[in-house]
Ligand binder design. Structure first.
Ligand code: SF4
Length: 426
């Protein structure tokens, strides 16, 4: 019997889907590539923006309609929206077989056994860790920062760090299965504090332990919170050879007034200090960010401060989002008073700024040699990433999956580099 998992949202959800997949494989299920022919469909949902929720909701609606028309498969709705809207989902879609909220996702394998007749319980067996060059490993769940716009603390609960030994064990197994790169996931990785045999382990120590795992060549992590990104983290990035020179550090706004209203816990000056320290210690570091546009009360002057910050800091990439109120958060109690067309205009202005900055930054890599970890071949071209997380395309007749190679950069664009293969790095 086949299953199909549709995942919405962040890398954390992708990692959660991987965990659910393991539970299904261990119970004798096989992976399917689409809803067609699947006996079980899992929709792993996101709640972080209204748009993400409506997309997941309409997908669930389509599945239910197919069931009503006589198709025979089970439906499970999981993740953040499932947590937030448990009762609504059950009422609106009685044909959904199971709702597993984000807080229960670790119990997914147990919970699915409650679907009558679906899970062949006698086929339980251990499955090995998934293969693949890049492994996404969750090191902590939840968040207790309560940024005023964010639903995560409500749907994922308070911060819980996984024990360090368990993480090391998982990464060691992934490395044995071919992983060369690991991305550590958490809402706020800098505040990681996991138990280990020798007491508590903080994030820099965890990085150190992972740095010692044979087979792992690169370590990435996200997301860092600017208020917790201290000297220890900067030292780890510069001192540990496997930790990549890329930090995703969400700024959200360049206006101190808006940052305070967002409850972010830093000012623009504090944020810039972290960026300057990172760049002083590691001049090649690439810094990417999130910007939230149109937060309640954001005036044109506030927005211009954000735009100035974007131009001053010169980010390598920006994920820009338009604010939408999330019911139950502190910000949702305020009027959503930035008009939609104003949000659109501000969003376009940020993207246009990014366009100029990223194009210019990538152009400085022209005619350089870059070390690229090759992930896969796509449409006849090899695709991999630099240590600074820039995507590189090149051609070669060699089989290069999982190899670290040197590529001479011949052409650059806003979010990718194109080059020629030089050699496999020694
Ligand atoms: S740090 Fe803030 S934005 Fe990030 S998950 Fe926690 S509450 Fe949400």
């Amino acid at each position: 019997m086949k299953y199909f998992i549709k995942t919405y949202g962040c890398q954390m959800n992708v990692a959660d889907s991987g965990g659910m997949e393991k539970g299904l494989l261990a119970r004798g299920w096989e992976r399917g590539e689409s809803v067609d022919g699947a006996g079980l469909v899992v929709v792993n949902t996101c709640s972080v923006r209204e748009h993400a929720e409506s997309k997941a909701m309409s997908f669930v609606g389509e599945l239910v309609e197919r069931r009503q028309k006589g198709e025979d498969f089970r439906i499970i709705v999981a993740g953040c929206m499932a947590e937030r809207m448990k009762d609504t989902l059950k009422k609106r879609f009685p044909l959904v077989d199971l709702v597993v909220g984000a807080k229960d996702i670790k119990r997914f394998a147990k919970l699915i056994e409650n679907i009558p007749g679906v899970i062949p319980a006698d086929k339980k067996s251990e499955v090995s860790e998934p293969s693949g060059i890049s492994a996404f490993v969750t090191i902590m769940r939840g968040c207790e920062n309560f940024c005023s716009y964010c639903i995560v603390p409500y749907v994922r609960g308070p911060e819980v760090s996984r024990p360090a030994d368990e993480i090391i064990e998982e990464i060691t197994a992934r490395a044995a299965n071919g992983a060369k790169e690991v991305t550590l996931l958490g809402q706020n990785v800098n505040s990681y504090h996991g138990k280990s045999a020798n007491g508590a382990t903080a994030f820099p120590e965890l990085l150190e332990k992972i740095n010692a795992i044979p087979g792992i060549e690169r370590i990435r992590f996200m997301t860092s919170h600017p208020k917790d990104a201290g000297d220890e983290l900067i030292k780890a990035v510069t001192r540990l050879p496997k930790v990549c020179e890329h930090v995703h550090l969400p700024l959200q706004s360049g206006s101190d007034k808006i940052l305070a209203a967002m409850n972010r816990g830093y000012t623009l000056a504090g944020y810039s200090k972290v960026v300057n320290a990172l760049r002083a210690a590691c001049p090649d570091v690439s810094i990417t960010t999130d910007i939230l546009i149109g937060f309640p009360g954001e005036t044109q002057e506030d927005f211009e401060q954000t735009l100035r910050a974007v131009n001053d800091i010169q980010f390598d990439f920006i994920f820009a989002f338009k604010y939408s109120p999330r019911p139950g958060t502190a910000a949702a109690a305020k009027p959503d008073d930035v008009a939609r067309d104003v949000k659109e205009k501000r969003h376009a202005a940020i993207l246009s700024s990014l366009n100029g900055i990223a194009t210019q930054k990538n152009a400085t890599l022209l005619h350089t040699e870059q070390e690229v970890l090759v992930e896969e071949k796509r449409a006849g071209q090899w695709v991999g990433r630099t240590r600074t997380n820039k995507k590189v395309f090149f051609e070669s007749v060699l089989v290069l999956t999982g190899k670290t190679v040197l590529v001479g950069i011949k052409r650059t664009k806003i979010n990718s580099l194109y080059g020629t293969f030089i050699k496999i790095a020694g």
